[in-house]
Design a protein around this ligand. Structure first.
Ligand code: NOJ
Length: 557
């Protein structure tokens, strides 16, 4: 948020409502994810870049988020658009230079905004010098940096493990006659985290960015780093386990042995020690991408002594059916499962998921935004969701995502949610100049649904998001307070209280497509925000909610 606006609290200087002044920024703040290819192009090549992100600093500051997380921008052959890293300590020329990154970091810090970078420990690119050396011979000193195994009798792969992106997780490398493991693409060989030298080398890559001043890391597929040391076959999945969406053949197994071996926790304790050592003044945060829906297993990533990740991503809302009972159950289950001092977090979208406005519809997406920004815990907001971006379909000729290319037709492709950000009504919506060709198609309605248009419209999704971010910032109850569901709410409504000392707020969301009246558990003092225009409190005792309407109400103290 721009520091010159009148009714604005400067990020990083929140009112903690008499609570501890030492509340770390990653608890009270809101994280905004930038997929750098798709945010802002500065050099007319049709691909977003770091200088482009810098030109949007005013927008992000004014929006009112506290931190950005930038998906990978490291040198990469871009087989998985940067999640195949060829050098952990550089910037791909497509995205700019290291000097561009330093400039970006300094400018964001100058506005009180934090910067989280992506870190991809499970695998490198096959063009990383470590892998080139590793595959060069069985006796190369780097051989054991990766996971090499003999095939089974008859030349079959070493075991039955599958790649998430389709096909076996093993590829035979004929010159040395062994198979290497790749949990994703063959061009993304898995690092061998059981090798202490790998650990040392990867810790050095964290130090590199910490020394430059980054505020934390989003750790890619954090749970997959450690596998069964005996390489046992995974058992078949006969209906027991499933993630939040169907992943094709990958779902045919229970992933008992290719992921989440208990030794993974020692890795995150080591990383946490490193971050804590750097974070004596300003805490550095570890966010983990963990696709685990068994809550005790997920909670384990906070650490037995809460000495591992600060924020293991909580994707449970992606799995919840969109009705009041299921969403409340999901939130309550998370609240109940959290270790004592652990801080929750919530996610409704990212670069791997269909857009929330496409999954739920435009109206429900407004209520979902209100939910995301008023639950207890750190929200991560995916770029474009603040303007209600929807999935942008791609034709077979336009497909970019390697997953869709390898497993076509199953709707696994992630291009639709990666469409470039529409900024204004010019050609290519200000993402890239009119003469350039955006790397993915712009939304068909980009000339109408874009940042500039929504900034002018007080009823837009963007205006709602900004209002909610400001409200969250001003109210300690919202950014720090406790959570208590309202048991007496009608079945269509999910209502909860957020409280921090004298600050007391009620949130109520009508999930139904018809109006519902909610009797307030306590008298209202003021209406603070709502998803629909013209909402008002007729009495202090109840509120009439329209279809899909959400409200935030201040209660009498
Ligand atoms: C998870 C990332 O979010 C996804 O985009 C990527 O393809 C895989 N990890 C592999 O790195």
């Amino acid at each position: 948020m721009s520091n010159s606006s009148s009714n604005v609290v400067v990020p990083g200087r929140r009112d903690t409502g008499g609570g501890s002044q030492a509340t770390p920024w990653w608890k009270s703040g809101v994280v905004y994810q930038i997929y750098p290819r798709s945010f802002q192009d500065s050099n007319a090549d049709g691909v977003g870049d770091l200088p482009g992100i810098l030109t949007r600093l005013d927008y992000l500051s004014d929006l009112g988020v506290d931190a950005i997380w930038i998906s990978p921008f490291y040198p990469s052959p871009m087989k998985d658009f940067g999640y195949d890293v060829a050098d952990y300590t550089g910037v791909d020329p497509l995205f700019g230079t290291l000097a561009d990154f330093d400039r970006l970091l300094a400018a964001f810090h100058g506005r009180g905004l934090k910067v989280i970078v992506d870190w991809v420990p499970n695998h490198t690119s096959d063009e990383h010098p470590w892998f080139k050396a590793s595959r060069s011979s069985r006796t190369d000193p780097r051989r054991d940096f990766y996971v090499w195994r003999e095939g089974r009798a008859g030349g079959a792969p070493p075991n039955n493990w599958l790649s998430t992106f389709g096909g076996p997780a093993w590829t035979l490398d004929p010159p040395t006659g062994q198979y290497y493991l790749h949990s994703f693409l063959p061009e993304q060989p898995d690092l061998n985290w059981r090798n202490p030298e790998v650990r040392r080398a990867m810790m050095d890559t964290l130090r590199f960015w910490l020394d430059r001043g980054v505020d934390g890391f989003r750790i890619d597929v954090a749970h997959r780093v450690m596998k069964d040391p005996e390489f046992r076959d995974n058992p078949p999945n006969v209906g027991q386990g499933q993630l939040h969406k169907q992943l094709g053949d990958f779902d045919s197994q229970l992933h008992l042995y290719d992921s989440n071996h208990r030794d993974v926790h020692e890795v995150y304790r080591q990383i946490r020690r490193l971050l804590d050592a750097y974070g004596s003044k300003e805490p550095r945060v570890a966010v983990g991408e963990i696709h685990i829906f068994d809550l005790p297993e997920l909670m384990a990533f906070y650490g037995e002594e809460e000495d591992e990740l600060h924020l293991p991503f909580n994707f449970t809302l992606l799995k919840a059916p969109w009705n009041a009972a299921a969403v409340r159950r999901t939130v309550d289950a998370m609240e109940a499962a959290l270790p004592k001092e652990a801080w929750p977090n919530w996610v409704l979208g990212n670069h791997d998921e269909s857009r929330v406005a496409s999954r739920l519809g435009e109206e429900a997406a407004r209520a979902a935004m209100l939910l995301l920004l008023t639950l207890r815990g750190t929200p991560t907001l995916y770029y474009g969701d603040e303007i209600g971006m929807r999935d942008v379909p791609v034709t077979p000729e336009q497909v970019m995502d390697p997953w869709e290319k390898r497993v076509p037709g199953l709707n696994l492709g992630r291009d639709p949610e990666r469409s470039p950000m529409p900024w204004d009504s010019s050609a290519h919506a200000g993402f890239t100049p009119p003469t350039a060709h955006p790397w993915l198609p712009m939304a068909a309605d980009a000339r109408e649904r874009n940042v500039a248009a929504e900034l002018r419209d007080s009823g837009s999704m963007l205006s709602l998001t900004k209002a909610l971010l400001r409200l969250r910032c001003r109210h300690p109850a919202l950014h720090l307070g406790s959570y208590r569901p309202v048991a007496s709410a009608p079945t269509e409504v999910f209502a909860y209280l957020r409280e921090q000392n004298e600050d007391r707020v009620l949130v109520a969301l009508n999930f139904a497509a018809h109006p519902v009246t909610l009797a307030l558990p306590e008298p209202a003092r003021a209406l603070l925000a709502g998803t629909h225009a013209g909402v008002r409190l007729a009495t202090k005792e109840e509120i009439a909610l329209r279809a899909h309407e959400g409200v935030v109400i201040e209660l009498a103290r």
